[in-house]
Write a protein that binds this ligand. Structure first.
Ligand code: EPU
Length: 417
């Protein structure tokens, strides 16, 4: 079994370059199948989710050429519309093939998506959106057959500003007849990235990044290229490490605006962050004040950084409160942090974190992607050795995490046990 082993306590100094955003790339790859010519996606992170999506496209009879972080996707001969269970449930983002295949071939057979076990993750808003566009859905246990004679533009209101539903409905609507309006759409930067890709192909989408998106259907989508935006969650994870251990740690290739909810919180509690155009330089805080955070949809504090910041909270003086509002079960790191010496109590997805506590190296398990990232942070600040198992979760979402941390002075390595 592969594990990540960390000897804690080392300062982090040097430069970490942020990769393309996982949650944008995993939508852009399925979006490419709407293109009637060849589509290129640049700056795709080398993570296992990418490989699973490529396998799905190949299974659909598409061709994918990978050159380092650039993908060329040619789906002119796309035939198949059936995605087997073992690929559907390998990752969450397989659900984007629902909207994309429906939009392209008006038919898809797929199973309930996989992804981190962080609470109920229903897809009812996606399905209601497809139905509103004219699709019929046959649901049999975890299998979905979604098809349409014709997709027709309509007005859709999302009960919750879901990232996945917003993108999926956008994918299904780009080639629908007439105009689709998504009200209460999610505003995350990844949605803007996907809309830009489709617009580069000739789609007519306006309002992405606001709560009202308007999509005028088109018939043909031509050759196009897009660059994946920098990963704000990967960046945020390294910034949190910098707030604890940074000595002139430079985080390069970021969009500062995407990270303001985190940066302003850290500055508030005494972390030294110098902002530059696409970079920042961070020095660890000397005496961190406690802080309160409630996760919200963008531009609020991202749920994906709640687990990483819970580790920083253990090093703040006083009680910090962390309220998770997006998922019903996103505190998988807490028992392990408590074993390492933290003092965290959880009640109804709110964590009360008393600091400052010393953390000690321990045997821990990554229960999900961001829990795994938070255990890496904990290992880096702990006294002694931490070994993390179930690291597949971490490698699904953080490109070259071990090498990136080794390059800035961390004592971290992959071991086989
Ligand atoms: N929801 C429903 N019904 C739906 C859709 C969502 O009830 O049809 C609920 C979910 O159960 C959840 C909440 O709404 O409680 C938020 O879900 P959303 O649809 O916004 O999230 P998602 O599309 O499933 C993406 C990211 C997540 C990230 C969220 C929020 C991908 C593949 N996943 O998930 O990323 O937390 O948006 O920003 O893009 C991660 O990277 O660690 C991660 C979990």
């Amino acid at each position: 079994m592969q594990k990540i082993q960390i000897h804690g306590g080392k300062e982090l100094s040097g430069t970490i370059k942020i990769s393309g955003a996982k949650n944008a790339a995993v939508a852009l790859i399925p979006a490419a199948i709407l293109c009637d010519e060849e589509a290129s996606i640049l700056n795709v992170p080398d993570i296992t989710d990418r490989d699973a999506l490529i396998r799905i496209i190949e299974l659909l009879n598409g061709k994918v050429e990978v050159q380092e972080s650039d993908l060329k996707i040619d789906v002119r001969d796309l035939k198949n519309t059936v995605i087997p269970e073992n690929l559907s449930n390998k990752l969450r983002a397989s659900y984007y093939f629902m909207g994309a295949l429906l939009g392209r071939l008006k038919h898809v057979e797929i199973y309930f998506p996989g992804g981190c076990n962080i609470g109920k993750r229903k897809i009812d808003f996606h399905l209601k959106g497809f139905e509103a566009l004219g699709a019929t859905i046959i649901e049999d246990n975890d299998k979905y057959i979604i098809e349409a004679e014709e997709l027709k533009g309509t007005k859709i209101y999302l009960d919750f500003a879901s990232v996945g539903a917003t993108i999926n409905i956008m994918l299904a609507a780009v080639k629908a007849k007439g105009t689709t309006i998504i009200n209460n759409a999610a505003k995350e930067p990844e949605i803007v990235n996907v809309a830009s890709f489709l617009n580069n192909m000739g789609a007519k989408i306006t309002g992405a990044g606001t709560s009202k998106i308007r999509i005028e259907g088109v018939e043909y989508l031509h050759k196009s290229m897009i660059e994946v935006i920098p990963d704000r969650i990967e960046a945020g994870t390294y910034i949190i490490m910098g707030a604890l251990l940074g000595k002139d740690l430079r985080i390069e290739n970021i969009i500062v605006e995407h990270l303001m909810s985190l940066i302003s919180k850290l500055q508030e509690i005494g972390v030294d962050i110098k902002l530059e155009k696409d970079n920042l330089v961070i020095n660890h805080g000397k005496k961190l004040k406690s802080l309160n955070i409630t996760t919200l949809v963008y531009p609020g504090f991202p749920t994906d950084l709640a687990q990483p910041i819970s580790v920083l909270m253990t090093q703040c003086n006083g009680t910090s409160v962390l309220e998770e509002t997006i998922y019903s079960n996103r505190m998988g790191q807490v028992p392990y942090l408590n074993n390492m010496g933290a003092d965290i109590k959880v009640s109804n997805q709110t964590a009360y974190i008393k600091g400052k506590t010393k953390l000690y190296g321990s045997e821990v398990k990554a229960s999900d992607l961001r829990a795994g990232a938070s255990l890496v942070i904990a290992g880096l600040i702990a006294d002694g050795t931490t070994s993390i198992s179930d690291i597949d979760h971490i490698l699904r979402g953080y490109e070259h995490i071990i090498e990136k941390l080794q390059n800035v002075g961390a004592d971290i390595k992959l071991i086989n046990e």
